[in-house]
Design a protein around this ligand. Sequence first.
Ligand SMILES: [Fe+2]
Length: 505
Amino acid sequence: MHPLSSLSRRHFLALGAGSLLSRPALPASPDPWAAAFARQQAHHPWLSGYQNAPLHGYGPLAISLPATWPKQVSGTLYRNGPALHQFAGQRYHHWFDGDGMVHRFHIANGTLHCHARFVETAKLTAERAAGKRLRAGFGTYYPGPPTRHPDDLNSANISVLWHNQKLFALWEAGSPYEIDPGTLATKGRHRWQDGHYLPFTAHPKVDENGHLWAIGYSNVGPNRLFLYHIGPTGDLRQQHTLAVDNLPPVHDFVLTKDFLVIPLPPLSFNPATAAETAYIDSHIWQGDKATRILIVDRADFSKTKIVETDPWWVFHYAGGWQDADGTIRLQAIQYPNTDIIYGPLRDVMRGHATASKPGDALPVEITISPGGKVNGTAMADLVGEFPVRPEASATGRYNDFCVLTAKLQDQRPQFTGIARIDLNNGVADRFEFGNQVSVEEHLWLPGKRGAPGWLIGIIFITNNSIPPCVCSMPETSAMARGRGLSCHILSLWDCMVVSFESYIP
Ligand SMILES: [Fe+2]
């Protein structure tokens, strides 16, 4: 088990999935998507996870932890996700678009303190002042002023970063927003380099020595990939800009001992449709083209090579490493194409209940030989997303990782369970919460050698079936007993709870 002192705040930092928050804050509107969403809620109660959070945020709230609460779990957890999906009569038409809300959960001395606030982005601030949406979103088109800078669309809604004692709310391809770690007040946009605010990924990596490695992209106009190495004290060590033809949106990458490994699936920007469509709709999947894998030398960003493989799409990588013979191994959740972006993740905003297709969201291992040959191997027979690896080493080998799991027959683009996949044999231990629960991305907290560690995260319970302030073993966890898993759940506002599951590594 962890000694209390070893669980630093950094251990608790989460890279967020979407926040699924209840309680509508705005009246119904004539928007056909809003009306369709409202109609479907009667049939699909889990859609309440796609309603608005209140504009003033949540909390503060303090609750006493039960006596059974695991003493080793303390510190601060930050989460981020889209939480304002509808505003002034307009409903966003994509799950990716909702304005970002950051949550803070602080556990100390037997008490959980928590609150949440919207990130006061330039976009949201202007729209609240105007009383209406002014600009398009990442996946929603509104007529309005042209987009001059990625930050025009920046909703700071994807993840959080803790680095150099600073907290940032991150978006897909805009500037990080610095957030006060105590109050969650928005301090403003941040840049590590002089000059322009440059795009910065939602999934940067912090290595074993506290160095921050990141990418950023811009594929509207000149195609540019931005690379960052930032020292432990926030000093910019290296920044380089690469020109890359047909640059796709690049959501994630892998950091190994020597490289930044940046796969580039064949999703190409189409300027012909950009003027009258949302950003993500101005792209074409080119299934007859290769996925390119860009390999960048960590010591010198100008040293690169590219290998090619079959076309596939990946949102998230659990991580990867280099074998002794130079083979690079990446663990990922893979899709045959980008249909999920334009289907389930959009349609849920009008209440359509569609699930992933067979073949989507498969855990795979991708190997790149020293000679540049790429192979992909399925690792486990399940549908998963939001993979997380142990934090013990940012670039070294690991033996298993965790994913959220879904059941295809559920006909909903959400997750109801958690699985741990053993990389050595592909065996997956699954923990199902049940159909009333939607699970968000969890974070893996390490245990000492041979001792249990912890998964920590947020789950959303549709019917508020767990009373406030309980710490209990849910019925559905029976299947996990005997596998070293136990579950502790705290109920908070409305239907949102924080859960912790222990596991035997
Ligand atoms: Fe992500």
